[in-house]
Design a protein around this ligand. Structure first.
Ligand SMILES: Nc1ncnc2c1ncn2[C@@H]1O[C@H](COP(=O)(O)OP(=O)(O)O)[C@@H](O)[C@H]1O
Ligand SMILES: [Mg+2]
Length: 297
């Protein structure tokens, strides 16, 4: 029997309260019920909100697991967390992983995934923090060896008046990404915790969520299609395992110093040439388009 190709999705950000666990739990439930995929949720967050949501809510058929790796070293954390998720590869069609990022984690972990979703509020201050976070891990999306994950930014907990703003034109994101349709801020979502799912009710936030979830699915299909010819060779895996870890330690140093010529030469070979930056105008009009389609609902 052919092994199942698991679509691996990581929902991650360094900030709490942006809606990672809400998105993880609901996305996993959506994949299971709407998309009819055999789905596992791996909750790597100490709070365990997404797994306890799935565990206690009405049965949606999602297999769930809560695991907090010992993070006394980046390497230890990486090995333990990676083992935890790798055992599901080939067994489930979709894997959703919920994670709050800390400096004690090794960004190499992100190479386990096809899609990395970063939810972010759209206020300037929040977008700035998201930008800084992405900047510290941007090498992940530019790594030469292996297949880098596709980065998806998800405007999260978006308020009505923010739908008409155009926040992505003001900020400069330095790496290529896809912008997801926004998740709306809706106080009703709080009442669903451990009970139901966002798509269980008929509200604008539910239709916005459905759009977001199907965009994630499309991005997953696109990622698979684009990389279907690239096989992750064992030698590539070794390059990722040995070199990116050194690199990630280098990059995660607290004080960001300009690269010296020697270190530039050391690390240069693992980077792809810079891709052209996504033009802000395009993002703005996309954001407007998405926003207006939701406002019309
Ligand atoms: N779209 C939303 N609208 C309103 N409240 C939300 C929304 N998403 C999450 N929340 C609430 O915000 C709080 C934090 O959400 P959570 O998903 O736990 O964030 P994180 O996992 O990023 O810390 C929770 O109380 C949750 O109910
Ligand atoms: Mg959480």
């Amino acid at each position: 029997m052919d092994k199942i190709q698991t679509l691996r999705i990581l929902v991650v950000s360094q900030k709490g309260g942006v809606g990672k666990s809400t998105l993880s739990a609901n996305l996993a439930a959506w994949y299971s019920e709407y998309s009819n995929r055999n789905t596992v949720l791996v909750d790597l967050d100490p709070h365990g909100s997404s797994s306890s949501w799935i565990k206690n809510a009405r049965d949606c058929g999602v297999f769930h697991e809560h695991f907090v790796a010992n993070s006394f070293s980046e390497r230890r954390w990486l090995i333990d967390s990676r083992n935890k998720i790798r055992k599901h590869f080939g067994k489930f069609e979709t894997l959703v992983c919920d994670l709050t990022w800390t400096a004690a984690m090794d960004p190499e972990f992100m190479h386990e995934f096809d899609l990395v979703i970063v939810p972010s509020s759209v206020s300037s201050i929040e977008l700035n923090a998201t930008m800084k976070f992405l900047d510290s891990i941007k090498w992940v999306f530019e790594a030469r060896a292996g297949i880098p994950p596709t980065l998806l930014i998800c405007p999260s907990r978006v308020l009505d008046d923010q739908l008409t703003q155009d926040p992505f034109s003001k900020e400069n994101f330095l790496m290529p990404f896809l912008l997801l349709p926004p998740i709306l801020d809706d106080p009703e979502i709080r009442t669903l915790f451990k009970e139901k799912f966002i798509f269980d009710f008929h509200r604008p936030s539910a239709s916005a969520f459905l759009k977001c979830a199907s965009s994630v699915q499309q991005a997953g299909d696109l990622h698979k299609k684009m990389n279907s010819k690239t096989r992750l060779k064992f030698s590539d895996r070794r390059v990722l395992d040995t070199n990116n870890t050194k690199l990630s330690r280098y990059m995660s140093q607290k004080t960001v110093k300009p690269l010296s010529e020697t270190s530039k030469n050391n690390y240069k070979s693992y980077f792809r040439p810079k891709k052209p930056r996504i033009i802000n105008k395009k993002i703005s009009s996309l954001m407007k388009m998405l926003s207006s389609s939701i406002v019309q609902k």
